[in-house]
Design a protein around this ligand. Structure first.
Ligand SMILES: [Zn+2]
Ligand SMILES: [Zn+2]
Length: 418
């Protein structure tokens, strides 16, 4: 019979790698605490309707990439393809708008599913970290969210990054922009992919982030949102830039960023790494002032970003970041013979109950093999217990780093390590 393999585009995190994840998660939590953000956990599944309305039914994500199924109750359910819609749903449903504003909410290690082409190195299940600041409209808020991402990269030792920012305007400036975009695109309608042809009337901006080669060539010279901003959007964007300047953050204005989700308004941004090839965005986000209302809440502004954690890990490795090693076993008890083995077993349990990591032989190995194993575990100390030691009530504690030996009484050993 053939072995069962993990589904295409999914990845196991092995024990030899998981400490890297722990380090990243811990750093993210600490950073969020510094910025006053609190964790909001939402389910992996949501009603499909949420993403049709939230992400937008003409986006690539919704039209091509979602994992959608009908459950036994005949409901259409979708595995989260991004983090924001679920956060906003939970914000409205749990009436978090009754709490003091703004609400800074983060999610971490959140499984995210998109039916992508795995040959491009893209995962179908990946994990996201993200923050959403809800309730504040000021440019400072956009800048703060961006700076949280930059601080995190700095803390994690990731360099060689560039912040790209743009503004895609509000519904007010979008009218004029869409008209200009349609006028430009109308000449190329027959050259576009089928999906984009259907987007032309409904939502021409989504043609700009189509991944099809022929569509990408068409939009190269398309009008840019930044040239169509209304006064209020212009002022806001200037404000964001001024805040980034005040904080000493480097950035470039990148009119090509439109983000492939309908909910964005105004500021959009990406943090690009020069170390991981063409699709180097390691963090992306923006402002979404219309989404909460679109999903049935009040008109409340918000801004946030999402960050793929696998990609972050890849960038950290490309930056040759040294991860803190996980703490190994403190004490290994090597024992031979029935009574000594039982003694070792009991001592290990006592030490663990006192908060000291300890290990014993599970395999009835020889003394020599047990010491070899202790070495592999990276045990800081080893204690050998044979019949003789048991009789005398004294054992030798060996420090593995320098080979130095100390004698101690068996009765005293828990206190010794504590
Ligand atoms: Zn505007
Ligand atoms: Zn297309």
């Amino acid at each position: 019979m053939q072995n069962i393999q993990a589904p295409k585009g999914t990845k196991d995190v092995l024990p030899s790698e998981s400490h890297k994840w722990h380090y990243i998660e811990k750093t993210m939590r600490e950073m969020c605490a510094l910025y006053g953000a609190r964790e909001l956990r939402t389910p992996i599944i949501e009603h499909t309707e949420l993403f049709l309305r939230g992400v937008g039914d003409t986006t690539d994500i919704v039209q091509k990439e979602m994992y959608t199924f009908t459950d036994k109750g005949n409901r259409s359910i979708t595995l989260k393809p991004e983090g924001t819609a679920g956060m906003v749903r939970a914000f409205i449903e749990n009436r978090l708008f009754n709490e003091p504003m703004p609400q800074k909410l983060y999610y971490l290690n959140s499984p995210t599913f998109r039916y992508e082409k795995p040959q491009a190195g893209r995962l179908r299940e990946h994990h996201q970290f993200g923050i959403e600041t809800v309730g504040a409209f000021t440019p400072e808020t956009d800048a703060e969210v961006i700076l949280l991402a930059l601080s995190l990269f700095k803390k994690l030792g990731v360099g060689d990054l560039m912040l790209h920012i743009n503004s895609i305007g509000c519904p007010e400036c979008r009218k004029e922009y869409n008209a200009a975009l349609r006028a430009y695109l109308s000449e190329y309608i027959n050259e576009m992919c089928e999906t984009c042809r259907s987007r032309f009337e409904k939502n021409p901006m989504r043609i700009i982030d189509c991944k099809e080669e022929k569509c990408r060539n068409i939009v190269k010279n398309a009008p840019r949102t930044i040239d169509y901003l209304c006064d209020s959007c212009k002022r806001h964007f200037e404000g964001v830039k001024a805040c980034l300047d005040a904080a000493g953050a480097q950035y470039v204005i990148d009119p090509d960023i439109v983000r492939g989700l309908d909910y964005y308004t105004g500021t959009v941004f990406e943090v690009i790494s020069n170390r991981i090839g063409a699709q180097g965005a390691v963090c992306a986000g923006g402002r979404y002032n219309g989404l909460i209302e679109e999903l049935g809440g009040q008109s409340i502004p918000a801004v946030g970003f999402g960050m793929g954690m696998e990609r972050l890990l890849a960038v950290m490795e490309a930056n040759e970041v040294v991860f803190p090693e996980p703490e190994g076993t403190e004490v290994y008890f090597a024992a031979q013979g029935e009574a000594p083995r039982m003694k070792a077993f009991a001592l290990v349990q006592q030490l663990r109950e006192n908060g000291v990591s300890a290990e014993f032989d599970h395999m009835e190995r020889s003394f020599k093999a047990q010491f070899k194993y202790a070495n592999k575990l990276g045990a800081r100390f080893t204690v050998a217990i044979g019949e003789e030691e048991l009789e005398r009530g004294m054992v030798k504690i060996k420090c593995m780093a320098d080979g130095e030996e100390t004698e101690a009484s068996l009765d005293d050993i828990v206190r010794y390590f504590k």
